[in-house]
Design a protein around this ligand. Sequence first.
Ligand SMILES: NC(=O)c1ccc[n+]([C@@H]2O[C@H](COP(=O)([O-])OP(=O)(O)OC[C@H]3O[C@@H](n4cnc5c(N)ncnc54)[C@H](OP(=O)(O)O)[C@@H]3O)[C@@H](O)[C@H]2O)c1
Length: 236
Amino acid sequence: MRAGRPAPRTDTEGNSMKIGIIGAGNIGGNLTRRLTALGHEVSVANSRGPHTLTALAEETGATPVTAAEAARGAEIVVITVPLKAVPDLPAGLLDEAAPGVAVIDTGNYYPKQRDGRIDAIEDEGLTESRWTERQIGHPVVKAFNGTYAQDILDRPRPEGDPERMALPVAGDDEDAKRRVRDLIDRLGFDTVDAGGIDESWRQQPGTPVYGMRGGVEEVARALAEASPERPADFRA
Ligand SMILES: NC(=O)c1ccc[n+]([C@@H]2O[C@H](COP(=O)([O-])OP(=O)(O)OC[C@H]3O[C@@H](n4cnc5c(N)ncnc54)[C@H](OP(=O)(O)O)[C@@H]3O)[C@@H](O)[C@H]2O)c1
């Protein structure tokens, strides 16, 4: 271990997990900060290579790796790149992950501002996360997609705190979803089960819950009030 890096600690339940984070921008950087602080063993990757992640590694103790290496041995993998970059991720990305790996997808489809038209989302009516699953060939758990990156650092609260925010979490693999919800709980947020991936339109951009800073009841209500029609701003 290099000088200046904090030694790994364990989380509140004493478990240190191997976590791979692909994408080291707003969300990936802040998840790297918080998950290393909880004592997890974090590997982090971007598109330009590990040599460009030295500052984040020195700050957090995370290990900078290539995207192809990030999931190696990982019990949890976070994919947090712009949606248009998902097809560029290395083939076999999850081949060497730990058995039963839970893959968190933080992605959003911004066709007008960033991602361009993605035909399968527009024409087949796939949810964004179903499309991502097809690209990477593995089920995902959709979480953090409507959470401001800065809130990951600034708004964790202890259980029972009246200001504790809740995040919606969707996924078809119930075991993976439970493990992701446990992780988010230890990060300082409540969660609401938002159903399966075919229902994850309820938390996509433009929905009432997107960007909401509410508790469990408000988030559950916002999910229930969502309309399946994609708002015009988020269609190509
Ligand atoms: N910003 C927010 O507050 C926020 C909130 C919730 C959800 N989201 C969603 O989460 C996703 C990430 O958002 P962000 O704001 O964190 O993005 P960002 O700041 O633009 O960072 C994107 C990261 O992805 C990396 N990347 C791009 N292509 C890659 C590839 N082919 N292989 C490996 N890494 C690659 C980039 O690496 P390089 O820099 O080396 O290119 C960068 O580290 C998006 O879908 C976004 O809509 C964002």
